[in-house]
Design a protein around this ligand. Structure first.
Ligand SMILES: Cc1cc2nc3c(=O)[nH]c(=O)nc-3n(C[C@H](O)[C@H](O)[C@H](O)COP(=O)(O)OP(=O)(O)OC[C@H]3O[C@@H](n4cnc5c(N)ncnc54)[C@H](O)[C@@H]3O)c2cc1C
Length: 330
């Protein structure tokens, strides 16, 4: 590992050939040609400018918990968001006698771990993020992919987002302008970099918060005991009762929850649970997880993704959409 130092304080600590397997929850993937961890906006802007000046592609890395990095790695600059400023502001006038419906506002940098925000809100008895207990990664990553679970999602607590556009201009975006959808946001399309988010939470009865938290804990308890990147595919969105999949397979209708059909179950019906290629395996516990049982290559994961897509296409005539993001050349 080489560490290059620049006199320009905006962009110190540039590193070369950093193995991305060490920066992803999947624990696989080749090296980043260049890598820098940025702790504030000045460093972020410096890094992007440096990449542009050298005509390097760049990639914004949060917690690396939703990524499949290619075995060849990333031939450019990986910028890891480590800015972690967080300030909590009670919106209510009454700070001592908080009551149901009071709001709590949190301003947080994109590099703040989602888990830290969850603990902060739980500590003060505010609701809005307890469903996310145990979801790894940063606030920036959670907003980019509109992370969600138990019928709830990040978008519900976002008031506004501050982002850097391609010209490094700062933009303030309202929740509507973020264009949230199921595991979607404008940031997936525009490549704008989220630098700060204003999140709003609501005071609720502790029993209500506890109930959702316990559901989230149950999900965590049933998570794979191996490295993964979470669910590989988005669940199937059943448009209506006339959805072609439901018309062709009546037995599936009763499995639709809030307009979505769990893809893990469909994969299981194709007999693919437990299939292993190299060090990658379709987890027996929940078939929408591909896990790294030891020494998995991105190519192994990719081969399983292909197998699943083909299997589900053949049986159900639908195309699965990947939830995980690919990084590098495949
Ligand atoms: C065990 C496990 C359980 C999981 N459970 C869930 C779950 O229940 N629900 C769920 O939705 N997800 C889940 N995930 C997936 C993942 O944790 C979430 O998607 C998480 O929000 C990703 O955040 P991250 O910081 O790790 O993003 P990364 O994986 O680092 O990046 C994901 C994408 O976001 C972009 N990005 C990151 N930061 C920024 C930024 N500041 N500005 C612009 N773009 C940015 C990246 O460029 C990339 O395209 C799980 C993952 C694991 C390993």
């Amino acid at each position: 590992m080489t560490m290059l130092f620049f006199m320009n304080s905006e962009f110190a600590n540039l590193q070369e050939n950093i193995l991305l397997a060490n920066h992803t929850t999947f624990r696989l993937g080749g090296p980043a040609r260049y890598f820098v961890a940025v702790k504030n906006n000045e460093e972020l802007v410096g890094a992007v400018k440096y990449a542009k000046a050298n005509s390097w592609p760049f990639f914004i890395l949060g917690g690396g918990s939703n990524l499949l990095v290619s075995d060849e790695g990333f031939n450019g600059l990986v910028i890891k968001m480590q800015s972690d400023g967080l300030s909590v502001v009670l919106r209510s006038e009454a700070t001592k006698d908080q009551k149901e419906g009071d709001k709590l506002k949190i301003d947080c940098d994109a590099g703040v771990p989602f888990g830290r925000v969850i603990m902060e809100t739980l500590k003060s008895g505010y609701s809005g993020a307890e469903w996310g207990f145990g979801i790894p990664g940063t606030i920036g990553g959670a907003i980019c992919g509109n992370a969600g679970r138990l019928g709830q999602a990040m978008a519900q607590v976002v008031e506004s987002v501050t982002a850097l556009d391609d010209n490094l201009e700062v933009k303030n975006l309202s929740k509507n302008e973020c264009e949230f959808g199921y595991r979607e946001s404008r940031f997936k399309k525009t490549k704008e970099i989220i630098i700060l988010a204003v999140l709003v939470f609501e005071k609720k009865k502790s029993a209500m918060i506890e109930a959702v938290l316990n559901e989230a804990k149950a999900v965590v308890k049933h998570s794979p005991p191996y490295p993964s990147a979470g669910c590989v595919f988005k669940n199937y969105v059943a448009s209506s009762n006339n959805d072609p999949l439901l018309v062709g397979h009546h037995e599936l209708a009763e499995r639709v929850r809030e307009g979505k059909l769990g893809v893990g179950w469909l994969i299981d019906q194709c007999g693919l649970k437990g299939r292993q290629i190299g060090g990658a395996k379709i987890w027996e516990g929940h078939a929408n997880y591909i896990v790294n049982v030891g020494g998995a290559k991105a190519q192994d994961v990719l081969a399983l993704i292909k197998l699943v897509k083909e299997g589900v296409r053949a049986k159900y005539r639908i195309e699965l959409e990947e939830e995980i993001r690919r990084v590098g050349n495949f």
